[in-house]
Design a protein around this ligand. Structure first.
Ligand code: HEM
Length: 202
Protein backbone atom coordinates (compact mmCIF):
# COMPACT_ATOMS: atom_id res chain seq x y z
CA UNK A 1 0.00 0.00 0.00
CA UNK A 2 2.78 2.46 1.00
CA UNK A 3 4.67 1.64 -2.21
CA UNK A 4 1.54 2.35 -4.23
CA UNK A 5 1.00 5.71 -2.48
CA UNK A 6 4.68 6.61 -3.02
CA UNK A 7 4.32 5.86 -6.73
CA UNK A 8 1.13 7.92 -6.87
CA UNK A 9 2.83 10.86 -5.10
CA UNK A 10 5.79 10.60 -7.47
CA UNK A 11 3.47 10.67 -10.49
CA UNK A 12 1.48 13.61 -9.02
CA UNK A 13 4.72 15.58 -8.54
CA UNK A 14 5.38 15.35 -12.27
CA UNK A 15 1.90 16.63 -13.27
CA UNK A 16 2.02 20.35 -14.15
CA UNK A 17 -0.71 22.41 -12.50
CA UNK A 18 -1.55 24.94 -15.21
CA UNK A 19 -3.30 22.51 -17.65
CA UNK A 20 -5.49 21.42 -14.74
CA UNK A 21 -6.93 24.95 -14.43
CA UNK A 22 -8.20 24.62 -18.01
CA UNK A 23 -9.33 21.01 -17.57
CA UNK A 24 -11.29 21.78 -14.40
CA UNK A 25 -12.96 24.85 -15.95
CA UNK A 26 -14.16 22.89 -19.01
CA UNK A 27 -17.40 21.58 -17.34
CA UNK A 28 -18.46 25.19 -16.69
CA UNK A 29 -17.95 26.21 -20.32
CA UNK A 30 -19.62 22.97 -21.45
CA UNK A 31 -22.76 23.66 -19.39
CA UNK A 32 -22.80 27.25 -20.69
CA UNK A 33 -22.64 25.90 -24.25
CA UNK A 34 -25.43 23.40 -23.49
CA UNK A 35 -27.54 26.22 -22.06
CA UNK A 36 -27.10 28.25 -25.25
CA UNK A 37 -27.89 25.32 -27.54
CA UNK A 38 -30.99 23.99 -25.76
CA UNK A 39 -29.22 21.11 -23.99
CA UNK A 40 -30.24 22.15 -20.47
CA UNK A 41 -34.00 21.65 -20.70
CA UNK A 42 -36.83 24.17 -20.48
CA UNK A 43 -35.22 26.35 -17.80
CA UNK A 44 -31.60 26.66 -18.97
CA UNK A 45 -30.71 29.59 -16.67
CA UNK A 46 -31.91 27.78 -13.54
CA UNK A 47 -30.21 24.57 -14.69
CA UNK A 48 -26.92 26.43 -15.33
CA UNK A 49 -27.15 28.16 -11.94
CA UNK A 50 -27.59 24.74 -10.28
CA UNK A 51 -24.78 23.02 -12.21
CA UNK A 52 -22.32 25.84 -11.38
CA UNK A 53 -23.37 25.83 -7.70
CA UNK A 54 -22.75 22.10 -7.44
CA UNK A 55 -19.38 22.37 -9.18
CA UNK A 56 -18.43 25.16 -6.76
CA UNK A 57 -19.27 22.98 -3.77
CA UNK A 58 -17.48 19.94 -5.24
CA UNK A 59 -14.25 21.88 -5.83
CA UNK A 60 -14.44 23.49 -2.38
CA UNK A 61 -14.75 19.99 -0.90
CA UNK A 62 -11.87 18.69 -3.03
CA UNK A 63 -9.68 21.51 -1.66
CA UNK A 64 -10.74 20.68 1.87
CA UNK A 65 -9.79 17.01 1.35
CA UNK A 66 -6.11 17.73 0.55
CA UNK A 67 -4.82 17.99 4.15
CA UNK A 68 -6.76 14.97 5.57
CA UNK A 69 -5.63 12.85 2.58
CA UNK A 70 -2.00 13.67 3.32
CA UNK A 71 -2.30 13.36 7.07
CA UNK A 72 -4.27 10.11 7.19
CA UNK A 73 -3.31 8.29 3.96
CA UNK A 74 0.00 9.90 3.00
CA UNK A 75 -1.41 11.00 -0.37
CA UNK A 76 0.28 14.30 -1.22
CA UNK A 77 -1.81 16.60 -3.42
CA UNK A 78 -0.64 19.82 -1.76
CA UNK A 79 0.64 21.32 -5.01
CA UNK A 80 -2.92 21.20 -6.40
CA UNK A 81 -4.61 22.91 -3.43
CA UNK A 82 -4.33 26.47 -4.76
CA UNK A 83 -5.63 25.34 -8.14
CA UNK A 84 -8.62 23.58 -6.53
CA UNK A 85 -9.45 26.68 -4.44
CA UNK A 86 -9.21 29.05 -7.40
CA UNK A 87 -11.31 26.79 -9.61
CA UNK A 88 -13.91 26.60 -6.80
CA UNK A 89 -13.90 30.40 -6.66
CA UNK A 90 -14.32 30.56 -10.46
CA UNK A 91 -17.45 28.41 -10.12
CA UNK A 92 -18.85 30.42 -7.16
CA UNK A 93 -18.28 33.63 -9.14
CA UNK A 94 -19.90 32.32 -12.35
CA UNK A 95 -22.79 30.88 -10.25
CA UNK A 96 -23.29 34.34 -8.73
CA UNK A 97 -22.96 36.10 -12.12
CA UNK A 98 -25.55 33.82 -13.73
CA UNK A 99 -27.92 34.66 -10.89
CA UNK A 100 -27.20 38.43 -11.13
CA UNK A 101 -27.02 38.92 -14.88
CA UNK A 102 -29.23 36.21 -16.35
CA UNK A 103 -31.69 35.29 -13.60
CA UNK A 104 -32.66 38.31 -11.46
CA UNK A 105 -31.25 41.20 -13.54
CA UNK A 106 -33.12 43.97 -11.67
CA UNK A 107 -30.81 45.79 -9.19
CA UNK A 108 -33.54 46.50 -6.59
CA UNK A 109 -34.62 42.85 -6.73
CA UNK A 110 -31.02 41.69 -6.22
CA UNK A 111 -30.77 43.64 -2.93
CA UNK A 112 -34.24 42.52 -1.86
CA UNK A 113 -33.28 38.87 -2.45
CA UNK A 114 -29.96 39.18 -0.62
CA UNK A 115 -31.69 40.74 2.40
CA UNK A 116 -34.97 38.82 2.46
CA UNK A 117 -34.11 35.30 1.31
CA UNK A 118 -32.00 33.64 4.01
CA UNK A 119 -30.47 31.07 1.62
CA UNK A 120 -29.26 33.90 -0.63
CA UNK A 121 -27.88 35.79 2.41
CA UNK A 122 -25.97 32.67 3.49
CA UNK A 123 -24.65 32.02 -0.08
CA UNK A 124 -23.58 35.66 -0.34
CA UNK A 125 -21.77 35.44 3.00
CA UNK A 126 -19.89 32.40 1.65
CA UNK A 127 -18.92 34.36 -1.46
CA UNK A 128 -17.76 37.41 0.54
CA UNK A 129 -15.54 35.17 2.70
CA UNK A 130 -14.00 33.54 -0.37
CA UNK A 131 -13.15 36.88 -1.99
CA UNK A 132 -10.06 37.77 0.15
CA UNK A 133 -8.88 34.17 -0.16
CA UNK A 134 -8.99 34.29 -3.96
CA UNK A 135 -7.27 37.70 -3.98
CA UNK A 136 -4.43 36.46 -1.75
CA UNK A 137 -3.88 33.16 -3.56
CA UNK A 138 -0.60 34.29 -5.07
CA UNK A 139 3.03 33.93 -4.00
CA UNK A 140 3.42 37.67 -3.35
CA UNK A 141 0.55 37.65 -0.78
CA UNK A 142 1.86 34.48 0.87
CA UNK A 143 5.26 36.19 1.37
CA UNK A 144 3.76 39.56 2.37
CA UNK A 145 1.25 38.18 4.90
CA UNK A 146 3.56 35.54 6.43
CA UNK A 147 1.84 33.60 9.25
CA UNK A 148 -1.29 35.77 8.88
CA UNK A 149 -1.86 34.15 5.48
CA UNK A 150 -2.58 30.75 7.08
CA UNK A 151 -4.91 32.37 9.60
CA UNK A 152 -6.78 34.21 6.84
CA UNK A 153 -7.16 31.08 4.73
CA UNK A 154 -8.92 29.30 7.61
CA UNK A 155 -11.95 31.32 6.44
CA UNK A 156 -12.27 28.67 3.73
CA UNK A 157 -13.69 26.26 6.34
CA UNK A 158 -16.48 28.70 7.19
CA UNK A 159 -17.13 29.53 3.53
CA UNK A 160 -17.51 25.91 2.49
CA UNK A 161 -19.85 25.24 5.44
CA UNK A 162 -21.95 28.26 4.43
CA UNK A 163 -22.06 26.93 0.85
CA UNK A 164 -23.45 23.60 2.06
CA UNK A 165 -25.93 25.24 4.47
CA UNK A 166 -27.10 27.47 1.58
CA UNK A 167 -27.81 24.25 -0.41
CA UNK A 168 -29.67 22.63 2.54
CA UNK A 169 -31.79 25.79 2.92
CA UNK A 170 -32.79 26.19 -0.70
CA UNK A 171 -34.11 22.71 -1.47
CA UNK A 172 -37.81 22.22 -1.09
CA UNK A 173 -38.94 19.23 0.98
CA UNK A 174 -36.45 16.57 2.05
CA UNK A 175 -33.64 15.77 -0.34
CA UNK A 176 -30.63 13.70 0.63
CA UNK A 177 -28.07 15.39 -1.68
CA UNK A 178 -27.39 18.60 0.28
CA UNK A 179 -27.08 16.60 3.51
CA UNK A 180 -24.50 14.32 1.85
CA UNK A 181 -22.42 17.39 0.96
CA UNK A 182 -22.79 18.73 4.48
CA UNK A 183 -21.80 15.36 5.99
CA UNK A 184 -18.73 15.17 3.71
CA UNK A 185 -17.65 18.66 4.82
CA UNK A 186 -18.18 17.96 8.52
CA UNK A 187 -16.21 14.69 8.21
CA UNK A 188 -13.32 16.45 6.43
CA UNK A 189 -13.30 19.21 9.05
CA UNK A 190 -13.34 16.65 11.89
CA UNK A 191 -10.38 14.84 10.28
CA UNK A 192 -8.36 18.06 10.49
CA UNK A 193 -8.69 18.28 14.26
CA UNK A 194 -5.46 17.19 15.87
CA UNK A 195 -5.81 15.41 19.23
CA UNK A 196 -4.47 17.62 22.02
CA UNK A 197 -0.91 16.61 22.89
CA UNK A 198 -0.78 14.88 26.25
CA UNK A 199 1.61 16.45 28.72
CA UNK A 200 4.43 14.05 29.52
CA UNK A 201 4.91 13.68 33.27
CA UNK A 202 8.56 14.22 34.21
C1 HEM B 1 -19.90 29.46 -1.29
C2 HEM B 1 -20.74 29.93 -2.20
C3 HEM B 1 -21.86 29.15 -2.84
C4 HEM B 1 -21.98 27.81 -3.04
C5 HEM B 1 -21.01 26.69 -2.69
C6 HEM B 1 -23.26 27.60 -3.68
C7 HEM B 1 -23.78 26.37 -4.04
C8 HEM B 1 -25.05 26.16 -4.53
C9 HEM B 1 -25.63 24.87 -4.78
C10 HEM B 1 -24.92 23.54 -4.53
C11 HEM B 1 -26.88 25.06 -5.28
C12 HEM B 1 -27.93 24.00 -5.62
C13 HEM B 1 -27.60 23.26 -6.87
C14 HEM B 1 -28.64 22.19 -7.17
O1 HEM B 1 -29.83 22.38 -6.86
O2 HEM B 1 -28.27 21.16 -7.73
C15 HEM B 1 -27.10 26.48 -5.34
C16 HEM B 1 -28.25 27.08 -5.79
C17 HEM B 1 -28.45 28.42 -5.85
N1 HEM B 1 -27.59 29.40 -5.42
FE1 HEM B 1 -25.75 29.12 -4.66
N2 HEM B 1 -23.88 28.81 -3.87
C18 HEM B 1 -23.05 29.78 -3.37
C19 HEM B 1 -23.26 31.13 -3.37
C20 HEM B 1 -24.37 31.73 -3.93
C21 HEM B 1 -24.56 33.16 -4.04
C22 HEM B 1 -23.51 34.20 -3.65
C23 HEM B 1 -25.77 33.35 -4.61
C24 HEM B 1 -26.46 34.63 -4.94
C25 HEM B 1 -26.31 35.71 -4.26
C26 HEM B 1 -26.36 32.07 -4.84
C27 HEM B 1 -27.61 31.85 -5.39
C28 HEM B 1 -28.17 30.62 -5.66
C29 HEM B 1 -29.47 30.42 -6.26
C30 HEM B 1 -30.44 31.52 -6.66
C31 HEM B 1 -29.66 29.05 -6.37
C32 HEM B 1 -30.86 28.32 -6.97
C33 HEM B 1 -32.03 28.33 -6.04
C34 HEM B 1 -33.29 27.78 -6.71
O3 HEM B 1 -33.41 26.56 -6.82
O4 HEM B 1 -34.11 28.56 -7.11
N3 HEM B 1 -25.48 31.10 -4.42
N4 HEM B 1 -25.98 27.12 -4.88
Amino acid sequence: MTALIDRFNGAARRVPTWPLYILCAIPGFWFFYLGLTGGLGVEPIKALEHKLGELALQFLIAGLAVTPLRRHLGVNLLKFRRMLGLVAFFYVLTHLLVWLLLDVQIVSQIWADILKRPYITVGMAGFVLLLPLALTSNNWSVRKLGPKWRQLHKLAYVAVLLGAIHFVMLVKGFQIEPYLYLAAILTLLALRIRPARRKVAI
